[in-house]
Design a protein around this ligand. Structure first.
Ligand code: PA5
Length: 445
């Protein structure tokens, strides 16, 4: 696909045999995803989603976004994991890096986040920020029962009702949840909030192209039709197996590297706007593949920043890593290094160059050094950072993740391991229904 190019030449050399060996498994994986015959196939609604989002749904999302944009200085997006990372990834990638430092302007509310942690200071400081402000809430939870967003929603709903009045608050709250199940569904129906449904067959980490991601992204002022168009074009480009299917190629090369001892994948960016894209990606791959004692550990760095902290380890630490670099071809703006007559800082050799030319040389120099140091390098080049390209990139990673999980031999669409900490936390908090677990865990303390 034109807007995204994959280059594996500096990676595949390390695992040629393994790469050849997984070809048939990849073909089989693509067939399973298309036909719904693989493990976890109840959760592959995301496969055709970009082409199936009804135009009326997109129009309703845009209308809701417009209402929130008109009436709010701040919109709090409440959710955790798959219920916030996709929106935050896209919004951060497309927003001015200093957007948070500007005052909210009419029809351009600030999107802030809650329910993604249980930090008391974070909550108190958010309450303070919202004091006396016109704000709205988008509360997102597929299960409708997740503790972190439930706490945040209870607190912020109270604050909103106090500040705006109970009736007005109803129009400023939008819930995105299951069609029938969960406390959030019951509460929304009772209170009369506008709601959107997260399809049953789309898991949290695959839900960014449902209202879960689309509404907050639209509230932030970005074009969700273009996002979906990019995803739909990537769907077409990755539908069939073969050497031109870049999702298949990426899945195969990372699996080949894994089978030849590379157990950690670093998603590397050279643009800080992509920081949260990596957070989204880590959840996608970590929750999908990390099970049954298997799975590449997904990690990330923001370069060149992290070359000054993690660079040493990457260059010379244990040789169990490979890198997947997200490289944006062209920045949207131009800033040049100026000439300086005195040249006291010694950087006149850079005068007249764009900042990005320096960045690209840092990227190239790093790649050569890391590859020579035993770190295979996969490169994903993006034409630019816009809605269309990000939509395509999201779908590319989702599709590759499904293929990769099946090649690995796991069910990429469940997350049984996430429940273990919750059970202990509920037992420790003496949640009704957990009496036995409470007794058992207290005996261990
Ligand atoms: O991918 C997942 O399933 C999880 O990370 C969930 O998205 C996360 O736990 C939030 O769950 P929920 O949307 O049910 O509140």
């Amino acid at each position: 696909m034109k807007s995204i190019q994959l280059n594996i030449q500096d990676a595949v050399y390390f695992a040629e045999k393994q790469f050849e060996a997984n070809k048939d498994q990849a073909t089989e994986a693509i067939t399973k995803l298309a036909e719904g015959t693989g493990a976890g196939s109840d959760f592959i609604g995301w496969v055709n989603l970009p082409k199936e989002v009804p135009a009326e749904l997109v129009a309703r999302i845009e209308k809701t976004a417009e209402r929130l944009r008109e009436n709010c200085e701040y919109v709090v997006c409440i959710g955790i994991g798959g219920s916030y990372l996709g929106a935050k990834a896209v919004i951060t990638a497309l927003s001015d890096s200093f957007a948070d430092y500007y005052a909210p302007a009419p029809k351009s509310p600030k999107v802030v986040y809650a329910g993604q942690n249980i930090g008391e200071e974070y909550t108190a400081e958010l309450q303070k920020l919202l004091e006396g402000k016109k704000f709205g809430i988008i509360v997102i939870s597929k299960s409708g029962t997740t503790t972190e967003p439930a706490i945040a929603f209870r607190i912020l709903k109270d604050q909103l009702e106090k500040q705006a009045g109970k009736e007005a608050a109803k129009d400023l709250i939008v819930a995105i949840t299951d069609a029938n199940k969960g406390a959030l569904r019951a509460m929304s129906d009772k209170e009369g909030y506008e709601t959107y449904v997260i399809p049953d067959n789309v898991g949290g980490r695959f839900s960014v192209l449902t209202p879960v991601g689309l509404l907050p992204i639209a509230v932030a002022g970005h074009d969700i039709k273009k996002l979906l168009a990019g995803a739909a074009d990537m769907l077409t480009a990755t539908e069939h197996p073969g050497p031109d299917n870049i999702a298949e190629t990426y899945a195969r090369v990372r699996n080949a590297l894994y089978n030849n001892g590379k157990k950690i994948e670093l998603l590397v960016n050279y643009n800080p706007k992509l920081h949260y894209f990596a957070e989204w990606w880590k959840q996608l791959y970590g929750e999908s593949e990390g099970k049954e004692g298997k799975g590449i550990f997904p990690a990330s760095v923001d370069n060149t920043t992290d070359l000054h902290s993690m660079g040493q380890w990457i260059q010379e630490g244990e040789r169990t890593i490979f890198e997947t670099v997200l490289s944006v071809k062209k920045p949207a703006v131009s800033v040049r290094v100026p000439e300086n007559a005195e040249n006291l800082d010694g950087i006149n050799y850079l005068a007249g160059k764009n900042i990005d030319e320096v960045n690209k040389m840092a990227e190239l120099g790093t790649k050569i050094a890391h590859v020579e140091g035993g770190v295979p390098n996969i490169r994903i080049e993006l034409d630019k950072l816009d809605e269309y390209t990000l939509g395509a990139l999201i779908y590319f990673f989702e599709k590759a993740c499904g293929i990769s999980g099946y090649i690995l031999g796991v069910n990429p669409f469940n997350q049984p391991g996430v429940e273990a900490y919750k059970k202990n936390m509920f037992a420790l908090l003496e949640k009704p229904g957990y009496e036995k677990e409470t007794e058992a865990i207290k005996a261990k303390l």
